[in-house]
Design a protein around this ligand. Structure first.
Ligand SMILES: [Fe+2]
Length: 188
């Protein structure tokens, strides 16, 4: 097994321990969306896509929403914490220094983007929220919080990613209604 495969396996093993039920599926689904948006995405981007939410998998050190007044401040702390966990996995698997640095940088900025590579990761992550997280998020958090979270996620999509999310269908009519409202309010 090469270094990158070692790192991917280790990242998946850590995320498999998350108490958030959608986390393992979301990690792989973000990687799938990344490769759909950019088939030539390199190792650093692929590792970042898999690991971007790794912070949520470790209960003892995970950043808690309740400790932050501001949702963006919470998300920034979540990203920084994830970087530390990812860096130790990549070093343990002997991944090349440049790839370690770039994967960690991408995880650190995955909530905000700002350059073509981190914008790709942000899009893949945000599309995946709608693709796999939203139904489970709704079961746990209810209408109002899911709508807030979804509107926040929709606003940060690129125009290209919005088109993909606009085509998503859920079996549950309530969720379809929620998505329609989010899209409508996101356009107007
Ligand atoms: Fe995510």
């Amino acid at each position: 097994m090469d270094n990158i495969d070692c790192a991917k396996k280790e990242i998946r093993a850590v995320i498999a321990g998350s108490r958030v039920p959608e986390d393992p599926r979301h990690a792989d689904n973000t990687l799938e969306w990344l490769l759909c948006l950019e088939p030539d995405a390199g190792d650093a981007l692929q590792l970042a896509a898999l690991a971007h939410d790794i912070d949520r998998a470790i209960e003892e050190i995970k950043v808690r929403r309740a400790d932050f007044d501001d949702y963006d401040a919470f998300k920034a702390a979540h990203a920084r914490n994830g970087v530390e966990i990812l860096r130790s996995i990549l070093i343990q698997c002997d991944v090349e220094g440049d790839i370690v640095d770039e994967a960690c940088r991408l995880v650190e900025v995955h909530e905000v983007g700002g350059d073509p590579r981190s914008d790709l990761l942000k899009d893949a992550d945000s599309i995946s929220y709608f693709d796999v997280n939203l139904p489970l998020y709704y079961q746990r958090e209810g209408w109002a919080e899911t709508k807030r979270r979804s509107s926040w996620g929709y606003r940060r999509l690129s125009a290209r990613a919005k088109k993909l999310v606009d085509k998503i269908c859920y079996q549950d009519e309530t969720l379809m209604q929620l998505l329609r409202e989010v899209i409508h309010e996101g356009i107007h």
